[in-house]
Design a protein around this ligand. Structure first.
Ligand code: ADP
Length: 262
């Protein structure tokens, strides 16, 4: 069987016979490789900011007496920025791991989507600091059912990405609308850098980034879309991504009718 790994074990059996145990370990090997890659990725992602932090703190300590306070402040600020980076990465890792192990979220949390989106809009306006034109349209069903905490984090993640990957002067639109057969659709459209089609299938993998340097610079951990995907799956919602390089992207979360309270 091509592409599969079989493990064969021989054990003595009755009266000169041998028992052959054949196990298909393809899946086990795949899991082991994924785990190894994940640990290597996490270590690398933590090591870089840690090295920078240590470098700046040690430089500051070495030159404490003859460094002007302004320069010292610069060293400490850089160290604090990197520490915050590590904190964000650890927060995202913990969120991902609890999403993977927790039971499905309760259906009962009634979420006022318009209010939630108004809140998220304010948050990204602060992040954008006037660099983008941001609009919000909340014409969809009034109440969505699910985990408010998880959905807020998923909705905010998509909105923050729009700010990160849209150059100054661009447009961002958050929209909550009705979907056919009374479902609901949350979408974030941006006029940003866009994503080439070959990257789309892997975008929700942990630590997958189109441009590592740009993501880091923009403050990303590479885990945002993996979190979004898990949250949506737990709500039986589907993530749709449309994008045109150089023109922008639209990320949508489509919710089934049983998640909508009419
Ligand atoms: P990150 O923390 O790097 O933003 P994500 O998981 O949120 O991690 O996104 C993965 C990658 O998908 C990003 O590094 C970026 O390359 C790409 N991406 C996500 N959102 C957008 C967007 N709105 N426009 C262009 N590229 C995007």
């Amino acid at each position: 069987n091509p592409g599969r790994t079989l493990q064969v074990q021989a054990a003595p059996f009755a009266a000169g016979r041998t028992l052959l145990l054949v196990r298909d370990v393809t899946q086990l090997q795949k899991l082991a490789t994924m785990r190894r890659d994940f640990v290597a990725n996490v270590s690398h992602e933590l090591k870089t900011p840690l090295t920078v932090t240590l470098g700046f703190v040690e430089t500051a300590l070495d030159a404490l007496d003859d460094t002007p306070p302004q320069e010292l402040a610069h060293y400490l600020k850089t160290a604090a920025d990197q520490a915050r980076r590590m904190q964000q990465l650890i927060d995202d890792l913990l969120t991902l791991s609890s999403l993977e192990t927790d039971a499905p979220p309760p259906l009962e949390d009634p979420i006022d989507v318009a209010a939630m989106l108004a809140d998220i809009c304010q948050e990204i306006e602060a992040l954008s600091a006037g660099r983008h034109r941001i609009t919000l349209e909340s014409g969809g069903p009034k109440v969505l059912l699910g985990s408010a905490r998880e959905l807020r984090s998923a909705f905010a993640n998509l909105a923050v990405n729009a700010v990160r990957y849209t150059p100054d002067g661009g447009e961002i639109m958050l929209r909550w609308s009705a979907e056919g057969e009374a479902g609901g659709r949350y979408s974030v459209r941006d006029s940003g850098i866009g994503i080439a089609p070959e990257h789309l299938p892997r975008l929700t993998e942990r630590f997958y980034r189109v441009d590592r340097g740009r993501s880091r610079e923009a403050g990303g951990t590479g885990l945002g879309l993996a979190i979004v995907k898990h949250v949506l799956e737990r709500h039986q919602a589907v993530l749709q991504i449309e994008s045109e390089p150089g023109h922008g992207s639209t990320f949508s979360a489509v919710f089934p009718p049983h998640r909508i309270q009419s």
